[in-house]
Design a protein around this ligand. Structure first.
Ligand code: FCB
Length: 461
């Protein structure tokens, strides 16, 4: 066993204006699934489909955040963060997917934004974090081009409403997950298993991002906008050429497929060839002008980073011909994700070198472990605390190495509906008792709060 990495971040390594936040998403916390004109999303449908979500759970109530907005905003304020990343639920804003807007939905997010600003917290909305209106799935979902166009209209509505107050926008959260988990391996809504569909979806999600950028530029002049990608460094299990080639394929699949077009390089040719008939090109879906729309200049790249991939060549295994391997001596979180903070630093330095984003934000980072509230009323989540310490230190290393790191958001503000895992996987720095909705700051949250006091004062550790 290697020694656990106990590296501590030095608050003095971060500039005083660094963005420090916590993140959530609409379907995972809001509840109120059938209120105030919200229509059904693909996640409501998926949850209602037997066998798709652990224990048949759903987001009907979740953290009941919709009804607890003010006290949750006070909770965020108490953490001492200067930013809050949340997402806007499309089914609340345009219940029919396209067409009439729902005033009650807009009002909720308007109150949320005002409540943040009143508390001195910068709002960071994400326009799409996976809760597609079911009506749009019924018309083809993300594999259909019209969904991207509908997203453009929806983005226009939200930015027109909030653009006077919101100065930081994220278009799409993790298109890889929405495309591949949703349409490729079926682990997420809508649960399809078709490779060609999933790559059609990926193209339309990226197109939606570009249309979202246009909406922000039109309605929120001077605001910053970017996309959030889930990226993980791809490492070969051994030095063999075959494993290195496998790592390059994994990198194409998870990272370059999204980074290259967003940063104006078009889709990576090696991966287009690997996909063959399943590529959006072979399907005739990449229309003139699309690549320009996708490559619209952005102000930052958001990265959700949890772990890395270590892969070995495995001919015939899946369409990539590779297998993920466990690293002897490494620590793994409750999702069986390797704790690999050095890979965060490496990834940020590579992104800066290869793509030169104007700024880099970690828009999600965190870990799930089985927590419990102990007799003294606290949650002693030492492993999660160490995870945050190591990863924030890794952000500091990336900054020192020349990456334009501008902010960090912990995932998540509170335990919530973790998609296919239901309520089983807890990622919060605040514990939620889903019976009583009681919120309890975990030890990791106490650590983050105390660290932020020092980081924001620029005091040495
Ligand atoms: C990311 C998602 C987020 C959450 C974390 C654990 O892929 O963006 O909603 O589920 O993983």
């Amino acid at each position: 066993m290697t020694q656990p990495n106990t590296k501590q971040p030095n608050p003095a390594n971060f500039p005083p204006r660094f963005t420090w936040g916590v993140a959530t998403s609409s379907y995972q916390i809001e509840g109120a699934a059938h209120e105030d004109g919200r229509s059904q999303s693909i996640w409501d449908t998926f949850c209602a489909t037997p066998g798709k979500v652990l224990n048949g759970e759903n987001g009907d109530v979740a953290c009941d955040h919709y009804h607890r907005l003010d006290s949750d905003l006070d909770l965020i304020r108490g953490l001492g963060v200067n930013a809050y990343r949340f997402s806007v639920a499309w089914p609340r804003i345009v219940p029919d997917g396209r067409g009439a807007t729902n005033r009650a939905g807009l009002d909720f997010y308007s109150r949320l934004v005002d409540g943040l600003l009143a508390r001195g917290i910068t709002p960071w909305p994400t326009l799409y974090h996976w809760d597609l209106p079911q009506v749009l799935q019924d018309r083809g979902g993300w594999p259909a081009r019209d969904t991207a166009l509908a997203f453009g209209d929806y983005a226009e509505v939200v930015t027109a409403e909030l653009g006077d107050r919101v100065k930081h926008w994220i278009t799409i959260n993790e298109p890889w997950c929405a495309a591949f988990l949703g349409y490729g391996n079926g682990i997420h809504a809508p649960g399809h298993t078709d490779l060609a569909e999933s790559f059609a979806a990926s193209h339309h999600l990226l197109l939606a991002h570009g249309l979202g950028v246009q909406a922000v530029r039109a309605n929120a002049p001077g605001a910053q906008v970017g996309i959030t990608l889930n990226l993980a460094g791809a490492y070969p299990a051994t030095d063999s050429e075959a494993d290195k080639a496998a790592a390059h394929r994994q990198d194409g699949f998870a990272n370059r497929w999204y980074l290259d077009p967003v940063f104006g390089r078009g889709y990576p040719q090696d991966f287009v060839e690997l996909l063959g008939a399943a590529s959006p090109q072979a399907q005739g879906l990449v229309l003139p002008g699309d690549l320009e729309t996708i490559a619209a200049p952005t102000d930052f790249l958001g990265v959700n980073m949890y772990s890395r991939s270590v892969v070995e060549d495995a001919p015939g295994e899946g369409f990539l011909g590779l297998r993920q391997v466990h690293v002897a001596g490494s620590e793994y979180t409750g999702f069986d994700w390797e704790v690999a903070p050095q890979s965060l630093t490496d990834l940020m330095l590579r992104l800066q070198k290869d793509y030169n984003p104007a700024a880099l934000y970690i828009t999600e980072n965190g870990a799930t472990y089985p927590d419990s509230v102990e007799d003294d009323g606290t949650v002693h989540d030492g492993a999660r605390t160490r995870y945050f310490q190591q990863h924030i230190a890794a952000v500091g290393d990336a900054l020192a190495g020349g990456a334009k790191m501008a902010g960090y958001f912990a995932w998540s503000l509170m335990d919530n509906f973790e998609w296919a895992e239901g309520y089983d996987k807890r990622f919060g720095i605040v514990h939620v008792d889903f019976e009583t909705q009681a919120r309890t700051l975990k030890q990791s949250g106490q650590w983050y709060r105390d660290f932020l006091v020092r980081a924001q004062e620029g005091q040495p550790a």
